[in-house]
Design a protein around this ligand. Structure first.
Ligand SMILES: C[S@@+](CC[C@H](N)C(=O)[O-])C[C@H]1O[C@@H](n2cnc3c(N)ncnc32)[C@H](O)[C@@H]1O
Length: 386
């Protein structure tokens, strides 16, 4: 029924270039890049492939349409004008699961949701020629965002957000999200086959994401997606093909011992091990209990990628300068290594005794952080979005 479609992939603010590259690598054409969102064209099979393969997208949304509306009447009429019967079957369950509004006249998100639901009901009743919609079947959740009075309407094909890979059953305090960890790794010159160390590894997210990249394990190969149920618009074949492609790509015999995590807390290391096992990458990862002050490695070259504590409570904040100083001092003993640090703590450059070669603003949810690059003395191959 559909030829080419448009998908919208939301991502962390500041990481659009990384997601854009991932989408291009999947072979799809980017149509728009906005703050926190990349839109692209693909065949319907792209719904399955994007969900299974994208490491840095938060979800995959299927764009149904967009229109200008600055009154609820316009919102109703334009929503009703969209071809909902092409997507939602007579028994489908549908509702506007999330609405967001930025710089727009319509701001009451609950009203936006209910007006749109009413418009969809009217459209479907008319087009399907039924008086009642039982809504007893498969779910078709709708997401809507308003930006400067332009309304974009999309179906959520993912369900659970894509950072839920399925491996992290247990989390330490302040874990970094899987999608953010993957994107930050992609921003560094680290590539599979090179040494990576996280001296504040917590539940092991950076290391597990790196191990999955090294083994070319698709992030979504062990989970389910809402659109798998949409047999009316996405064929079973599309999901089988994406699953087979993911299985074919997995590498056996990935080098061991290159990914090293350490943490001062014995209990979080247990979580890290259990998460690594759940992801099937525990052989690649070495975990050590140690204070960051004792960080060391015999190799001359390697990468530290980490998110140190940032001190939620006041008494923790007071300890941060000394903690970052002991991290920086230990790092200095690591010969020609490079360090990449994400944190909202502003004393990082002071601790390292030099300005970062690059400081990139990243939003970790609502938290403003910076990603500091301290490349080693040898020139490193830069990736195209660096
Ligand atoms: C923000 S968390 C890291 C979270 C991790 N990225 C994850 O995904 O779970 C910071 C970690 O630093 C550890 N830590 C605090 N002080 C430390 C020290 N002096 N040496 C080593 N680790 C320390 C904490 O136990 C905590 O697990």
């Amino acid at each position: 029924m559909f030829d080419m479609i448009e998908l919208i992939a939301p991502c962390h603010f500041g990481l659009e270039a990384v997601l854009k590259k991932e989408v291009t690598d999947l072979g799809y054409e980017i149509t728009q890049v906005e703050d926190g969102r990349v839109t692209f064209r693909c065949p319907v099979s792209g719904v399955a492939r994007a969900n299974v393969f994208l490491r840095t997208a938060e979800r995959v949304l299927w764009k149904v349409g967009s229109f200008a509306a600055d009154t609820f009447d316009m919102l109703f009429e334009c929503t009703k004008a969209l071809p909902w019967e092409d997507y939602i079957p007579a028994d489908g369950r549908f509702w506007v699961t999330k609405a967001s509004s930025v710089k727009s006249k319509l701001t009451a998100t609950v009203t936006i949701q209910s007006v749109m639901k009413k418009a969809m009901v009217e459209r479907l009743r008319e087009k399907l020629q039924v008086s009642e919609l039982p809504e007893t079947g498969v779910e078709y959740p709708v997401r809507v965002f308003l930006m400067k009075d332009v309304v974009t309407v999309a179906l959520d094909t993912s369900g659970e957000p894509l950072h839920k890979r399925g491996y992290r059953q247990l989390t330490a305090r302040a874990p970094i999200s899987e999608t953010l960890a993957a994107a930050l790794l992609m921003l560094t010159p680290w590539t599979p086959g090179r040494i990576l160390m996280d001296p504040f590894c917590g539940s092991g997210t950076f290391l597990i994401e790196a191990a999955m990249m090294a083994a070319d394990m698709a992030p979504g190969m062990n989970r389910e997606f809402t659109a798998e149920q949409w047999k009316n618009i996405v064929t079973r074949r599309a999901w089988y093909d994406a699953g087979n492609e993911a299985s074919d790509r997995v590498k056996e015999n990935v080098p061991e011992g290159l990914l090293i995590g350490s943490d001062i807390d014995r209990d979080v290391l247990k979580l890290a091990l259990s998460n690594a096992r759940a992801a099937g990458v525990e052989k690649q990862i070495k975990l050590i209990r140690r204070d960051v002050a004792d960080m060391k490695h015999p190799a001359s070259y390697g990468f530290v990628v980490t998110n140190p504590p940032y001190g939620v409570r006041l008494e923790e904040q007071a300890a941060l300068p000394a903690l970052y100083k002991s991290f920086a001092d230990a790092f200095k003993r690591l010969d020609c290594w490079s360090a990449y640090v994400i944190t909202p703590f502003e004393g990082v450059e002071e601790a390292f005794g030099r300005p970062a070669a690059k400081k990139r603003k990243i939003y970790n949810g609502m938290l403003r952080t910076d990603f500091y690059s301290f490349p080693g003395p040898r020139p490193v191959v830069r990736k195209e979005f660096a």
